[in-house]
Design a protein around this ligand. Structure first.
Ligand code: ATP
Length: 313
């Protein structure tokens, strides 16, 4: 098993100029490793280059330069093996209208050379909750069902790496939950998962490692908790036994506000204060504390900080 499921070096993609549009460099020399066994989140604002990146992994877009290794196989040297190691669920919900879900999976298995005896089409449809739609007309499938069918299609050749481009866009909450359960199941069974999402809470909850892309460059790539810890400030919430007449004195660098008449919020940079000291300071002023909570920084803040105020190329 390779250490990294994906290894990308100096990856550049320049889309050629057309009559109306000038040439566009969507990826400006990206280096990225996706560790084997991770659930890896790829985040970035619209137009950052995420789909370009994923489409290059999938072999749908040709890179301009650089190297891509999938499951240890260099795309240029071992194209067949590198393609067999990856399954990609595209963003668009295009499904061939002439195939039933079952037939679609069988055709896909055929394309990947999966022998009949090893095909698991019905089993895979059951896992994504589409067993009763195995023989349905594709046009009768809802958006959520199509999305699940595309996940099933990406899994027929049992790839080591599964890439999901915006898997839950436009999917209702119940289906989203089901998608994630299935992704977690695949991950638990050993599949490395890469996903792009616009839902930051989702990335925060699902991914153990996150890369943020902006204007075709990787601006951060870290384990999720370490990325979150980049935001220095923390908030301490203190529930008070009695409503304070005024805000208590707090050390310099700490901001105090009342979120409710009896709920004191203290925002502080980790480098300036520690929670126990703040609790002690408030108690020393005669306030009785009945409950304590802390608020951790959110990925959204990190994301905004890293992608804000950079010139468009
Ligand atoms: N086929 C193409 N021809 C020319 N330019 C393109 C093409 N595909 C993408 N681009 C440009 O490359 C840049 C990156 O696009 P890409 O679709 O990879 O971004 P993205 O991060 O996936 O965005 P989104 O979140 O909106 O899907 C954009 O400026 C886009 O306009």
């Amino acid at each position: 098993m390779p250490l990294n499921a994906i290894e990308v070096r100096s990856l550049v993609k320049t889309y050629a100029a057309t009559g109306r549009e000038p040439a566009k460099t969507a990826l400006k020399g990206i280096d990225l490793d996706v560790p084997t066994g991770s659930i890896f989140g790829l985040l970035g604002p619209n137009g950052a280059g995420k789909s370009t990146f994923i489409n290059i992994l999938a072999g749908l877009v040709t890179k301009t330069s650089g190297s891509v290794r999938i499951w240890g196989f260099d795309q240029d040297v071992n194209p067949r093996q590198s393609r067999a190691a990856i399954g990609v669920v595209p963003q668009e919900l295009n499904i061939d209208p002439f195939f039933t879900p079952f037939d679609l999976l069988e055709v896909q298995a055929g394309l990947y050379g999966v022998p009949k005896a090893r095909r698991r089409s019905m089993e895979i449809l059951t896992r994504v909750g589409l067993a009763d739609k195995a023989r349905a007309y594709p046009r009768t499938l809802s958006g959520g069902m199509r999305r699940r069918l595309l996940v099933a299609k990406a899994m027929v050749h049992e790839p080591a790496v599964l890439v999901l481009d915006e898997p839950t866009a436009g999917v209702d909450i119940e289906l989203r939950q089901m998608m994630w359960d299935y992704v977690r199941e695949l991950h638990a069974a050993g599949t490395t998962v890469i996903l792009t999402t616009h839902y930051l809470e989702e990335a925060e909850a699902m991914c153990d490692r996150i890369a943020i892309i902006n204007h075709g460059e990787v601006v951060a790539c870290e384990e999720t908790p370490s990325l979150l810890s980049r935001i220095d400030s923390k908030t301490l919430l203190l529930r008070l036994a009695r409503e304070p007449g005024c805000l208590p004195e707090v050390p310099e660098g700490v901001t105090a506000e009342l979120r409710a008449p009896d709920l004191l919020a203290l925002r502080y940079p980790r480098s300036v204060a520690r929670a126990p000291d703040l609790v002690a300071a408030v108690q020393a002023e005669g306030h009785e504390i009945t409950d304590i909570e802390t608020e951790e920084p959110r990925l959204e803040q990190v994301f905004l900080e890293l992608t804000r105020a950079r010139p468009t190329a």
